[in-house]
Design a protein. Sequence first.
Length: 138
Amino acid sequence: MNLKFKFRREEWAQQRTRDFFGSADVPLRHGTNTWEGLGKKLKDHERGRAHLENIEKWIALRGALKHKNTIDHHALELQLKEVNFWKEVMKRLIDVIIFLSEKNLAFRGTDEHFGSQSNGNFLGIIELISKYDDVLKN
């Protein structure tokens, strides 16, 4: 094996270890050949700064997951609220469309603005429903 390549590979491995663990002094990085040395290396690892920091992070994450307190959970709740809001709006719009179609009534008027006297049956019914319905009021 080329000595220069071996040195670069070990240097790369140490840098990756530093990036991941915050230190290149990780007791279990090189492993052990005997069972006798394993207990000491495990104790050194468990007392190491990187291990303790990761334990703290894991405990915080576990608590956040348990109490549904993560960032993505809040984003998901907001998204579900918005989806449900628009589903409710669509239900009302479809009901108005079905009603006007069953009665064979015109949808449009001469004006297409809310509050206008001649805005047609569709917008007129939507305005009427929005007076009493919180979903369409918004």
